[in-house]
Design a protein around this ligand. Structure first.
Ligand code: PEP
Length: 246
C-alpha cells in the first residue's frame, strides 16, 4: 500500500502561508508517498488551486453530518469536496474535547464524508490517564468500533492513532507501544470490515518530527503519519514525507 503523510494545520494559516505550500510542492514533485495538507476551511479552495497539477492533495478538518440546512457556521462534506478537498479529518481529539464530539457523531460525519466521495480520516487515541490506568486498548477499541462508518473500505477510510498526551507535547509513545496499538487496530479492523482491513492506512500522530519519523515509520502497521505542528513548515513536512520512502 502507498503510505500517507497528512498534515493538520489546525487553526493556523492565512493566504500568506501558501508560500509554504509552493515550497513543499517545488521540493517534492514526485514524493515517495501520498501527501496531504488539511488547512483551515478558509484556505481549502486557494490551496487546492495552488496544488493543482502537483502531487499534493488537500483536505478539511471537520464536516457536518447533514448535507445542508440551518447549521450556522458549519460546512457539509459536499462543500469541502466542491472547494477541492479529497479528504476530511474527523474526530480529532481537539474536536472531541472542545466540541464534545462522541463516537456516534464522528461516525455520522464519516458517513457523510463517504457519501460526498471524500476519504475519511478517523482519529482515535487515549488520554494520559487512560494509558496510565492500562486502558489504552480498551479505549481505542471502543472508539474504533463506534466511529468507523458503514461502508468503510481500504479506499475510503484512513485511521489515525493519536495518543492525546502526545499531541503538541514533544512526547511520543515508545516504538513498542506504537507497534502494539497499530497491530491491535489492524486486527480489530479485520473483525469489523474483513479483508479490506489489510489496505486501510493506519497513521500514527502525535509529535512526529523529521528527527523521529524514520524510526516511527519502520514500525509494522504504521502506514504514514498525521502531523500537526511540523506540517506548517515546508522543510519539516518535506523531511517527514521523504522519511516515508523507507
Ligand atoms: C495532531 O494534532 O494531529 C498532531 C499530531 O499534532 P502534533 O504533530 O503537533 O503533535
Amino acid at each position: 500500500m502507498r503510505k500517507l503523510a497528512a498534515g493538520n494545520w489546525k487553526m493556523n494559516g492565512t493566504s500568506a502561508a501558501l508560500a509554504e505550500v509552493k515550497a513543499l510542492i517545488g521540493a517534492h514533485p514526485a514524493p515517495p508517498c501520498e501527501m496531504l495538507l488539511c488547512p483551515p476551511a478558509t484556505l481549502i479552495a486557494q490551496m487546492a488551486r495552488t496544488a493543482k497539477g502537483s502531487a499534493l492533495m488537500v483536505g478539511g478538518q471537520d464536516c457536518h453530518p447533514k448535507t445542508s440546512g440551518a447549521h450556522t457556521g458549519d460546512l457539509s462534506a459536499a462543500m469541502l469536496a466542491d472547494a477541492g478537498a479529497t479528504h476530511v479529518i474527523l474526530g480529532h481529539s481537539e474536536r472531541r474535547t472542545d466540541h464534545g464530539e462522541t463516537d456516534a457523531l464522528v461516525k455520522s460525519k464519516a458517513e457523510a464524508a463517504l457519501a460526498a466521495n471524500l476519504i475519511a480520516i478517523v482519529c482515535i487515541g487515549e488520554t494520559e490517564g487512560q494509558r496510565d490506568a492500562g486502558q489504552t486498548l480498551a479505549v481505542i477499541g471502543r472508539q474504533l468500533d463506534g466511529s468507523i462508518p458503514a461502508g468503510a473500505t481500504a479506499a475510503n477510510l484512513v485511521i489515525a492513532y493519536e495518543p492525546v498526551w502526545a499531541i503538541g507535547t514533544g512526547r511520543t509513545p515508545t516504538l513498542a507501544e506504537i507497534g502494539e496499538v497499530h497491530a491491535f487496530l489492524r486486527a480489530r479492523l479485520h473483525a469489523l470490515i474483513g479483508a479490506e482491513a489489510d489496505g486501510v492506512r493506519i497513521l500514527y500522530g502525535g509529535s512526529v518530527k523529521p528527527t523521529n519519523a524514520v524510526e516511527i515509520f519502520a514500525v509494522p502497521h504504521v502506514d504514514g503519519a498525521l502531523v500537526g505542528g511540523a506540517s506548517l513548515k515546508a522543510a519539516d513536512f518535506g523531511a517527514i514525507v521523504a522519511a516515508l520512502s523507507v
